[in-house]
Design a protein around this ligand. Structure first.
Ligand SMILES: Cc1ncc(COP(=O)(O)O)c(C=O)c1O
Length: 397
């Protein structure tokens, strides 16, 4: 029965768990953006990381064919189509040198966000902890909170190449931790995994019996010859971890909701058990299109990465010209830069919006350790990026 407090909160009152998610800090920034647009100002958004270019043609074609087939229009199974699981196993073999059993070590997910959120419900009880990179993708903290558990933030230390100091994790948090979320190449910092870090994670996870979740959203989006590894390539990783591989960014498929979880078969079985209670799997036509993406030519991915490299270099040069010292990232679609002296993340984002009509994301949006930084997404057409950097040079120098 509802308690007296819940009785008096109205029919639309959110649950306490939902209320515990921090309020949306950037409502004010968004209000200003829409006011400016309403006033006819041409605002350039470099806020959201949603690829501007279309999904590659061979993937769209595979989807068009698959969607027309009656057999693909039914309820999928959560286990996924054999074609999808085999395409992933082959891709992991030739791309990462990782052996995946297509029957037990891979399953579709309806995007990485769904997967990470549901892993919290599959593995966390109220007294449990999830260790979450800070700054990090927001679902690493919202998922545990909504599951009634707690997120312990692992600050990413700039001097450690934006990796957390595992020896600094409080003993109580390490002992109550059941999950650990890490992500390289990293959103929002653009960092690639420091040498030896994945190995440290494996031994930490073994010692504390923690399931590692490596969010591999950006491995295909890298520059300057850098090739991002899979966490699962590290010896022992499969014993303690899973990797969530999303097709959203590398294949320009954010709207398609196509990802997979790979690695520890028992953990995947537990995720499957949760999902059979929650959703009905990934649309089979999307699975077949995903398989076409993984098996398809590399040319479009390489050309996309050349485009991002060009945009990255434009932004880095402009930031340096206005006195912001920043290193070009080797991966992801983001530039992570320190705010100038005297500014907070939010005050600088507001200044850039006011003076240059350009939207950048305040670093604090991604966790307390993001304070003092801002993020620029490279997902606007070249000419818009050129215009944005010109305006920043003109108004912020
Ligand atoms: C680190 C990270 N993980 C996951 C996602 C979301 O992936 P998906 O579109 O597969 O849900 C994003 C999107 O920005 C991300 O940056």
């Amino acid at each position: 029965m509802a308690t007296p407090e819940t009785r008096n909160r109205g029919v639309a009152a959110p649950s306490r768990r939902l209320e515990a998610i921090p309020p949306y800090m950037f409502a004010e920034l968004e209000r200003r953006i829409s006011d400016k647009r309403a006033a006819g100002i041409d605002v350039i958004s470099l806020g959201i990381g949603d690829p501007d270019e279309p999904t590659y043609p061979h993937i769209v074609k595979a989807m068009q064919e698959a969607v027309a087939e009656n057999a693909n229009q039914k309820y999928p199974t959560n286990r996924g189509r054999e074609e999808f699981r085999e395409a992933f196993a082959d891709f992991y073999d030739h791309r990462f040198g990782v052996e995946i059993d297509p029957d037990s070590e891979v399953m579709p997910a309806i995007g990485a966000k769904e997967c990470i959120y549901n892993l919290c419900f599959a593995f966390l009880d109220p007294e449990d902890v999830a260790l979450a990179s800070d700054p990090g993708y927001p679902v690493y903290t919202a998922g545990p909170t909504l599951a009634g558990a707690r997120a312990e933030l692992l600050p990413l230390v700039p001097d450690y190449g934006f990796a957390p100091d595992l020896s600094a994790v409080p003993a109580d948090a390490a002992n109550h931790a059941r999950l650990m979320f890490i992500n390289y190449p990293n959103n929002p910092t653009g960092a690639t995994v420091p040498d030896g870090f994945f190995e440290l994670v494996v031994s930490f996870a073994r010692e504390h019996e923690i399931l590692v979740v490596h969010d591999n959203a950006y491995s295909e989006t890298t520059y300057d010859g850098y090739v991002a590894p899979s966490f699962l390539a590290v010896p022992g990783a499969k014993e303690v971890g899973v990797e969530v591989f999303s097709l959203s960014k590398g294949f320009n498929m954010t709207g398609w909701r196509c990802a997979a979880i790979l690695g520890n078969p028992d953990a995947i079985q537990t995720y499957w058990r949760l999902k059979t209670n929650v959703d009905s799997g990934l649309f089979e036509a999307v699975q077949l299109a995903g398989a076409a993406a993984l098996r398809g030519p590399r040319g479009p991915v390489e050309r996309m990465n050349e485009t991002y490299t060009r945009r990255r270099d434009l932004v880095v040069a402009a930031l340096r010209d206005i006195g912001v010292q920043v290193e070009p990232p080797k991966g992801t679609i983001y530039i992570w830069a320190p705010v100038p002296e005297g500014h907070t993340s939010t005050s600088f984002a507001e200044l850039v919006l006011e003076e240059a009509a350009v939207v950048v994301s305040p670093g604090s949006m991604y966790g307390p350790s993001g304070e003092g930084f801002f993020r620029i997404a490279l997902t606007a057409p070249d000419e818009r990026i050129e215009e944005a950097v010109e305006r920043m040079r003109e108004h912020l120098s």
